[in-house]
Design a protein around this ligand. Sequence first.
Ligand code: ACO
Ligand code: HSE
Length: 379
Amino acid sequence: MVSEHDSVVFDQGLDLECGVHLSPLRVAYRAYGTLAPDASNAILVCHPLTADQYVAEPHPLTGKPGWWARMVGPGRPIDTDRFFVICVNVLGGCMGSSGPCTARSHDDATLWGTEFPPVTIRDMVQAQAMLVEHLGITRLFAVIGGSMGGMQVLQWAADFPERVFAAMPIATASFHSAQNIAFNEVSRQAIFADPDWHNGHYREQGAVPARGLAVARMMAHITYLSEEALTRKFGRRIRHEPSGGIARGSLFGEMFEVESYLRHQGSSFVRRFDANSYLTITRAMDYFDLGADHNGDLSSAFARTPIRFCVVSFTSDWLFPTSQSRTLARALNRAGANVSFVEIDSDRGHDAFLLDEPDLDRTIRGFIGGAAEHAGLGI
Ligand SMILES: CC(=O)SCCNC(=O)CCNC(=O)[C@H](O)C(C)(C)COP(=O)(O)OP(=O)(O)OC[C@H]1O[C@@H](n2cnc3c(N)ncnc32)[C@H](O)[C@@H]1OP(=O)(O)O
Ligand SMILES: N[C@@H](CCO)C(=O)O
């Protein structure tokens, strides 16, 4: 096993659910705060689909603040003055953990590309568990995450009930719905339709399927918002140049502000994300169905769990609607879990969990504070 610069290489590898033994396994992560001598104050933050381990510091590629810098840091709701916070780039990601962008083995420097094996949320969590153990942490004080991060939280709870004290799945569900699989498929088809896709061998061709990946993100980004949010941000306004003239940029001459915005979201995404990783990770989300993994009984995934849960949803989230969080909370309740459920009133859609939502801050701060008291954390 070799450790270097916030990534750990496990030569023993990992048995993936698909049957492939992935070796070596590289797990890239960032950590903030100080681990208590008894390792009791560790919080694992699990990132959503296209974020990464740079949760609380500027991103090395974009220079932008960490994707949850408003939530994680000194004095923040996830307070790095009190807690040791870890965030791991998911398996299949493109920021250092094993995935399509990493070398196949110590002896073979060629990148995995499309031949990287299919991974699941469970595989991602198994890799995280290896890292957590490597860091000397027997039990995480809390696991917290939104969207695909929330799926990882649920998988942690199901697979390692004795290794987690508190869990907070936010804006998520116990399964990926047919509608969400459908959206992912449209994104994937956009990538496949790009002439620079080259059946996934774009790097060998010195190309990037930038247009396809940008369209994939544009479409997906709409699902992260809400009609109210789009109307408030842009309405039907036409974009003007700073000089005052109408911005040109489409077949029709003028461009709506919302079109310009989506193009910006698409092009900036392409600068920081890899198409093969996008395919791998969206598929992992599609596979996720915790109830099906437990013979169709979601509550049995959490039977007699000692973990304290706080399930959080947003009223305007139509990608992971409140109804799915309520189903989850009921299953946890049936399992005998200590569970609270908070629906936050917001008109900003699914990505509300990434935005300035004071009620979310209060909910996270309150849940962590209460759990820390219950755990007897003297910090
Ligand atoms: C979870 C992750 O995606 S992790 C990585 C962090 N996110 C990113 O890097 C980009 C992805 N963006 C998003 O997912 C969302 O924008 C959020 C949730 C992170 C932030 O949401 P908000 O704060 O509401 O920002 P908003 O959605 O308005 O986007 C702002 C960006 O759009 C640009 N923009 C706004 N209006 C327009 C317009 N009419 N035309 C062109 N660009 C526009 C802004 O200049 C800004 O650009 P920048 O991000 O390059 O600085
Ligand atoms: N907008 C976030 C949430 C998606 O579920 C992301 O891209 O990761």
